[in-house]
Write a protein that binds this ligand. Structure first.
Ligand code: PHB
Length: 395
């Protein structure tokens, strides 16, 4: 009699253990800035991750789940980022790493992912050479050369004869300065002055005063997005630079969409080159912004880090799904090379040769529309590869 009951119980037990052995949880380490003076930038990135998980979190193959393990680097702190990456790799045994707002942090992590063979999908850090530091790095965000180089070309062609350069004194600022200078001077422009400012400076007035005294046609700027950008625009307004006839041009970091309403009218007229504007009227962006507002509030606009992180999650889901949760580092990198996605920013691709992002750059102007500031897209430069890598190819 007993065996009759035993058989189904045995089958059930076997089925359970079978399902357990098929179930896969992929651990993904997220290093981001969740606290400190730069937390506003980290919050944008986090919102991109959250939004993707909310809309697509259940789209993994049956039995495959993802576990995000979040860690706070507290800002541009390479020592902290390195320790966190080390712990995530050795103790938490993450199979993928992502996040990372700051260039110095990404550079500190690069040797660790090479040694441990952990694919590292960068969602922000934008200094061009970062991707050359490890074959296990792919970037879904941007490079400063991608925006600053076409900005220099545009400025030279559009009546700006002299420009004064103000950049944050670290990787992305130095890239922005080099890229803008090259394109602008090759187009016939003159550099009226060139000053690097501390990354964390709370006061931009002394730098802008010197720029004003030099009487250039324009100031070209790179500062990190977030509260630094708002501080810069406010100082530009306070010093009456606009009424003195000096144009403000730069990368889109300085007119980051989520801060525009805090910047106020001094931002109006600023011309920037960037890969994303919340005001972009592509259908994919309209849907993206609607989903963002539904989640975070009707008066919130996504900054560029939001689609960048969201697309980073799409890339992560792609590699997890394609391998049914069994992550092989080399196979993962092959899957990332040439990956294409219809992003809110337009079509994007990971360059198979460089593992860096290829995307549209948009020339934008800050306008006030129905009482709200926006980055109006005026021109599109399609599918820009990182110019720094393109220019250094033949050398
Ligand atoms: C960077 O550190 O690479 C970085 C940070 C903030 C930005 C852009 C680049 O807005």
């Amino acid at each position: 009699m007993r065996t009759i009951y035993l058989v189904p119980a045995l089958i059930a037990a076997m089925a359970l253990s079978c399902a357990a052995s098929l179930a896969q949880t992929v651990k993904v380490g997220v290093i981001n800035t969740y606290s400190g003076p730069f937390a506003a930038v980290g919050e944008q990135l986090e919102r991109g991750i959250t939004l993707y998980m909310k809309l697509h979190g259940k789209e993994l193959p049956p039995g495959v789940t993802i576990e995000l393990i979040r860690r706070d680097d507290t800002g541009p702190n390479p020592e902290v980022a390195k320790r966190l990456a080390q712990e995530l790799i050795t103790r938490d045994k993450v199979q993928l790493l992502t996040g990372v707002v700051w260039t110095p942090n990404a550079l500190a992590i690069a040797p660790l992912v090479t040694e441990a063979k952990v694919p590292f999908i960068i969602m922000n850090a934008g200094t061009a050479m970062i991707t050359t530091k490890s074959p296990y790095i792919a970037r879904v965000s941007f490079t400063l050369w991608q925006s600053s180089y076409p900005m220099g070309t545009w400025a030279a062609k559009n009546g700006i004869k002299s420009a004064y350069i103000l950049v944050s004194d670290y990787g992305p600022g130095i890239d922005g300065e080099a890229a803008f200078t090259k394109a602008f001077t090759e187009g016939g422009g003159t550099i009226a002055g060139d000053v690097r400012m501390p990354v964390t400076t709370p006061d931009f007035v002394p730098y802008l005063q010197r720029a004003k005294d030099a009487k250039p046609d324009a100031v070209f700027v790179f500062v990190p997005a977030g509260k630094q950008a708002t501080g810069f625009i406010k100082a530009f307004g306070d010093l009456g630079m606009g009424s003195a006839g000096i144009k403000l041009i730069g990368t889109g970091d300085v007119t980051t969409d989520e801060e525009l309403q805090n910047m106020g009218d001094p931002a109006i007229g600023t011309m920037t080159m960037h890969h994303y504007s919340a005001a972009g009227d592509r259908p994919a962006n309209k849907a993206f912004v609607a989903a963002y507002k539904a989640e975070f509030g009707p008066n919130e606009e996504p900054g560029f880090e939001v689609p960048d992180a969201y697309d980073g999650m799409a890339a992560i889901f792609h590699v997890i799904s394609a391998q049914k949760g069994n992550i092989d580092p080399d196979k993962t990198m092959e899957l990332l090379k040439g990956w294409k996605y219809d992003s809110a920013r337009g079509p994007i691709m990971i360059d198979p040769e460089t593992r860096d992002i290829v995307q549209n750059e948009y020339l934008r102007r800050v306008d006030k529309v129905n009482g709200r500031l926006q980055n109006t897209e005026l021109e599109t430069i399609p599918m820009v590869k990182d110019p720094w890598k393109e220019l250094n190819k033949t050398k």
